[in-house]
Design a protein around this ligand. Sequence first.
Ligand code: ADP
Ligand code: MG
Length: 464
Amino acid sequence: MHTLNLGPDLKLPLSEVIGQCVAILGIRGSGKSNTAGVIFEELLASHYPLSIVDIDGEYFGLKEKYEVLVVGSGENVDVELDLGAAGGVAELSLREGVPVILDVSDMLAEERELFVLEYLTRIWSLAGKLRKPYMIGIEECHEFIPQGVRTDLKEVIARIALRGRKRGLGAVIISQRSAKVEKDVLTQAGMLFLHRVVHEVDMRVYSELLPWPKAEVKEQVTSLGVGECIYLSGQSIRRVKVRPRATFHGGFTPSFKPVETPKLRKVRGELLAALRSFQSGEGGAVSGRRKGTTAVASRRLERLEAELALKQARIQELERRLARAEAPELEPQGPEAKRFPEPPELPPEVIRQVERLLRRLRRLPPHQRRLVAFLAAKEPRTYTTGELAAWVDCAEGILLAEPPRELVEWGLLFRERWARGTTYRAQLKAYVNRAFSGFLPELGREGTHALVGYLRQRLGELSP
Ligand SMILES: Nc1ncnc2c1ncn2[C@@H]1O[C@H](COP(=O)(O)OP(=O)(O)O)[C@@H](O)[C@H]1O
Ligand SMILES: [Mg+2]
């Protein structure tokens, strides 16, 4: 039986993870994606089939060593696929044991939800017949299984995580927002990797998961370094260090070094052909075998109508952008317009990292997007929440209830608490120094200045 080598002091028999719900929690940069990546590497090395729902395009690097299909909509997909193909690909993956990464990084939120729902629903029903070991990985799982909200997608994921074992299904769920993940799933997860957290709400969740007094939880958890975590499984509970990933980590991380994208394994021609057959939107050969009952057909019709509505929204958005591009008089003119370089003058890796950041930011609530666009344009001026509420046209109560926590955590905004209230300002230069530190020697002073300008300009796009 194969052993999973997760770290110098963490070797697990493969049998322990079959049908398991594995939860990986911790703040940004604590090493969650690395831990998940290591688990996936070890599963792939054991020819254990899996699918990863990859919301940030972080996992395509697994192709450096393993044959994995990357499908969906994102920068590194082998085949661009949409909703109509989701069921077919799920079936191909489970039947043939083909590992799949669902890159949903470029999908709109609604489209992503439908795509993953269709995919996992098919996995669940087919697993009932096939009963083979299979693992589902889900990054940023708080977006899919949020605490206190009911959705079809959440229901199917919770089912896989909690009741998948009989069918051979397991799940690796990853989140930086422990308190926002459905608690029932977390408390019933059979294996936990608890990386560092700092916020009180997350600490409270850890206290519920760990059999220690609160003070000890805090002491242990705050002293965890990057890649270190508290490992909990059955009776076993200990501090461990996870090994670094052997394959390329495509994720957005603050200390991302300029790296060449490595040579990736080619996908076999017949798999690509099978995938392309799904591209028609008809679901291809595999789902063609499906019984054409009216219920199935009408569900499908509903989904296609939803997809159509999304496409129309996307077309409108693209037309809007096109119109803007064709009307240069709307763009800033004169020296203002020339101050910042066009993207090609910055290294492509840098541009890609900016794009990744923007993708993340586009997922924030609208008022926070307007906020960061506004503060970036006004840097270094400081504003109180009351002033900001007026400037970004949003009730102060909303700003107080949903403060821009991520923006502060990522270092884009600087927050100070005063007797008169909380203030915010942008700190793009400091952000660039930290998040792009690996690129700075190459960029030099001028390049760095240009990058700050470019970032400011791009952040401006977040405000409609
Ligand atoms: N176990 C580890 N050993 C060495 N470096 C690690 C380890 N875990 C993470 N890192 C490094 O720390 C950074 C952040 O890790 P990542 O897994 O992306 O964090 P998260 O997903 O929690 O935001 C990355 O640059 C990664 O290479
Ligand atoms: Mg991560």
